[in-house]
Design a protein around this ligand. Structure first.
Ligand SMILES: [Zn+2]
Length: 160
């Protein structure tokens, strides 16, 4: 047991000390000094209560899933990578076994290339044309019918 001294008279407190409030500050005192302050009520913001942190598990903790998305300037990057190597669109097309017209369309951002094509380009140039976009899904719909937060919250990437 920890020995305590009365914060008013300084004597050792045997047994339980009394927590009282003297001029707004909380002190631990012996039974005889208890009368100098108002006794702290254990129910209202007692020391114990203040210290205790109750961690409540939120219902429907968010799940973060990732989905691949083409980066914004993918077509410019493809063009840049191709030109860096001194390849024509036709040469690039042959390397990834695609049509020249497809390369043209990709570079002009006329079409969104198929994932397979993107993959081939990524491997060829050793670059990344996709990025993972976090998608936060809140699962565990509450049973009440009150419409609160949406069940699915999609955090969208900030556009420059
Ligand atoms: Zn005392």
């Amino acid at each position: 047991m920890i020995e305590m001294n009365c914060e008013i008279c300084g004597r050792e407190i045997r047994g339980k000390g009394f927590k009282i409030v003297v001029e707004g500050s909380e002190v631990t005192v012996c039974p005889s000094c208890k009368q100098y302050g108002s006794e702290k009520r254990p129910s209202v913001a007692s020391q114990q209560g203040a210290r205790r942190v109750v961690l409540k598990r939120k219902r429907g903790s968010p799940k973060i899933e990732f989905q691949d998305e083409l980066i914004e300037d993918y077509h410019l990057i493809i063009k840049h990578e191709r030109e860096k190597r001194g390849w024509s669109q036709e040469q690039l097309a042959k390397k990834i076994q695609e049509k020249e017209s497809l390369i043209k369309k990709i570079e002009n951002a006329e079409i969104t290339p198929e994932p397979e094509v993107i993959e081939k380009l990524e491997k060829l140039f050793n670059i990344k044309l996709r990025e993972q976009i976090p998608e936060i899904k809140i699962e565990g719909r509450s049973k009440s019918l009150t419409p609160t937060l949406g069940d699915i919250v999609v955090v969208k990437r900030k556009k420059k």
